[in-house]
Design a protein around this ligand. Structure first.
Ligand code: ATP
Ligand code: MG
Length: 419
């Protein structure tokens, strides 16, 4: 137990963290280009927020939340997703008073008590973007384009953008009735969760993972065929905006998305993964959520993408990862005076922005050079009594073996290694 992390969690180890940093850098870059500002919210919230904000007929709330009472007896939940928290903060901090729409993003760890499998963990990471205070179809299309462009930038290919419209509460009322009629003959065979959803929110049944429920739902009437004129116009405008940007999409009438309070547009981005879960991004419009949390009705839309699944997909597609970060120079040393001088020199070089490693284990010169090689240092220099006396450094380029002499000071060394 002591040296085993809880099931469903992953350490991001030092030999992989540069990949995460690379993706995070791309996220920051694209969010700047699209003018989305970062928002950071707490890891835990009041449980009611997710019950209300995610919806109490969703898998997330019904089965997957990490909920506990804190020492004050309040029910607390580790966030299973980001949208509810962002919406809570938008209301609480009066972000609705700033120029609208508010375009926000987050890059967070999320917690869901799920069966552990490839691409499905109990702690995982999501990059998400949300636009609150705007109901125009251009927003839906902008969000999708941001997600697709990010995937392209990190080198993913063969992704499928599937879109659908699940209408508004008005058009859904009529549809829910039709769907119930369709499902009723098989009601007794539905799983217990879906039986419970039948009256409250039958649409959720189309999103059930059980194969029996999936079979029962086959051939069900499609919501997209029943949506009202306003919702249809919105959907057509989203499609047009995607076409204007040259983004290919497919209509998948069976997407309903895992969260309640979605309205109109819903979408998923699918990778053709063989060994892991393939939905790498999900999103949509949630015009009903802010009102559900007690504020005035405020249209909003967003998406969230799983970063573990993104990296797994990069691996499966054989995308070339960026090189690991390596030091610009290794400064070895021999003898007490040189050891002390080396650490001062390393500091001066680091001050100037160079990446530097030194010997911390009092190794022999041979072992120091071996170490420099192993850690992939681009250059190496060994300082001993002679170098100190002559004020001279012999810098070895570890890639081609060439050696260059220069004065033993930070600026001269920097000039050599930055050539
Ligand atoms: P799924 O159908 O795979 O359970 P979901 O509908 O529950 O996904 P969302 O709540 O929409 O997922 O979350 C957005 C994205 O976060 C998903 O598309 C996926 O990439 C990622 N994700 C969701 N749950 C997990 C998890 N347990 N582990 C890793 N990534 C996850
Ligand atoms: Mg899920």
């Amino acid at each position: 137990m002591l040296t085993k992390a809880p099931k469903g969690t992953n350490d991001i180890l030092p030999d992989k963290s540069h990949i995460w940093q690379h993706i995070e850098k791309e996220i920051l870059k694209i969010c700047k280009e699209y003018n989305y500002k970062e928002i950071r919210t707490p890891v835990f919230e009041h449980t009611e927020l997710f019950e209300r904000g995610v919806g109490d007929t969703t898998d997330v709330v019904e089965k997957e939340m990490y909920t506990f009472n804190d020492k004050g007896g309040r029910s607390i939940t580790l966030r299973p997703e980001g949208t509810a928290s962002v919406s809570r903060s938008y209301i609480e901090n009066g972000i609705f008073n700033t120029p609208q729409p508010s375009k926000l993003f987050y890059n967070i760890a999320c917690y869901r008590y799920e069966k552990n499998q490839a691409g499905r963990y109990r702690e995982f990471h999501q990059f998400g973007a949300e636009v609150l205070g705007g109901g125009e179809p251009s927003i839906d299309a902008e969000l999708m384009s941001l997600a697709m462009l990010l995937y392209k930038r990190v080198g993913l290919t063969n992704l499928k953008l599937n879109i659908n419209s699940i209408g508004c509460p008005e058009c859904r009322k009529e549809y829910n009735q039709k769907l119930r009629e369709f499902l009723r003959p098989n009601f007794d065979n539905l799983c217990d969760t879906c039986k419970n959803r039948f009256e409250k929110n039958p649409l959720r049944i189309l999103d059930c993972k059980s194969s029996v429920c999936k079979d029962i739902a086959k051939g069900a009437p499609m919501l997209i065929d029943c949506i009202c004129d306003e919702c249809r116009d919105h959907f057509e405008a989203v499609k047009k905006a995607l076409e204007n940007m040259g983004i290919e999409y497919f209509i998948d009438p069976y997407i309903v998305r895992g969260l309640d309070y979605y309205t109109k547009t819903v979408f998923e981005i699918i990778a053709d993964n063989k060994n892991s879960n393939s939905t790498i991004c999900g999103g949509g419009r949630y015009d009903g959520l802010i009102a559900q949390l007690g504020h005035t009705t405020t249209p909003a839309a967003g998406f969230a993408m799983g970063l573990e699944r993104l990296i797994l997909t990069m691996e499966e597609q054989g995308v070339k990862f960026p090189e690991e970060n390596v030091p610009d120079i290794y400064i070895g040393s021999m003898g007490d005076a040189a050891v002390s001088f080396a650490s001062g020199l390393a500091f001066k070089l680091r001050e100037k922005g160079a990446s530097v490693e030194i010997d911390h284990l009092k190794r022999s010169v041979k072992a120091q050079m071996k170490f420099a090689n192993k850690i992939g240092a681009k250059n190496a220099v060994i300082i001993g009594d002679n170098e100190m006396a002559e004020n001279m450094a012999n810098i070895k380029n570890m890639e081609n073996g060439e050696e260059v002499k220069c004065a033993l000071d930070a600026q001269s060394i920097l000039d050599v290694i930055s050539k």
